[in-house]
Design a protein around this ligand. Sequence first.
Ligand code: ADP
Ligand code: MG
Length: 303
Amino acid sequence: MVRLAGLFSRPQEGQAEASAQEEAPIRDEVQIRDQAPPPPPEADAAAKARVIAFANQKGGVAKTTSTLNLAVALSEEGYRVLVVDMDPQGNLTMSQGLNPDQITRSMFDVLVHRLPIDQVIQETEVDLAVSSIDLAGAELALSSMIGRERALEKALAPVKERYDFVLVDTPPSLGLLTINALVAAEGVIVPVQCEYLSLRGLVQLENTLSMIRENINPDVEIQGILPTMFDGRTLHSREAIEILQENFGDLVFKTRIKKTVRYAEAPVKGSSVLKYDPSGSAAEAYRELAKEVLNGAKARKHA
Ligand code: ADP
Ligand code: MG
């Protein structure tokens, strides 16, 4: 078995004065994951959205699928959710039936020209800040700008009071677009495909996160590792989960996203799987994940 001690340590670890206070809520979070989710907050003007980035520099691990379906599951519970498509390939935008090639104003204009994000938010199953192919030029355009890592954080600031959650989908790289997402985020969910488990890739992601914590955003933490495309009939899938649990312990969500063609069918219809097949087990899996996420958020809030 692969064992990588200390991998994905929480930001507080090793910081003497913070660690004693911060350990308790982490235990609470684990204990209450199985409980019913808390009800959505009453309209609370002071409350600000929790920003969660979905990151893994490997493509095809279900980042986009998880961003959309968790967002829709949270909105079913009554939470106000914004999703942000930070991938120039625009898969999230497409999966809600929009054509990124026909989009004139997108996250590119928000990040590079400081267009208010409101102007690129479209009302789909949840509010969606859209991508277009232009976004491929954003890394280059941003690279010479002062504050280039904080462009998304700044863009989100004026709308954070209107949402309970902002979920950010990222491209399959650790470039400036993903860094912007990690700088804007408080939590990071890392989808990991059970078939081709790449722990080395996860170490790289953790190194990037460590640098971001040290230099820009000390608060960002791994919220959870999400096993996707799980096939319980294969030893390979079960072993992948074991390896994840050995290395990351309670950071691995209890929800396993099983392998099913439903997830590929839904975006063709421009739908989340929760809308496409509301009573199916594929939809149910993301509702379970929403419960875990909500209970974790509650634990932190009450810490
Ligand atoms: P990423 O954003 O990490 O590149 P996607 O969410 O686009 O990954 O998923 C990659 C492909 O796998 C898509 O075609 C998607 O429909 C499909 N897919 C996602 N989740 C699952 C799953 N649990 N089982 C089977 N196919 C899946
Ligand atoms: Mg994607």
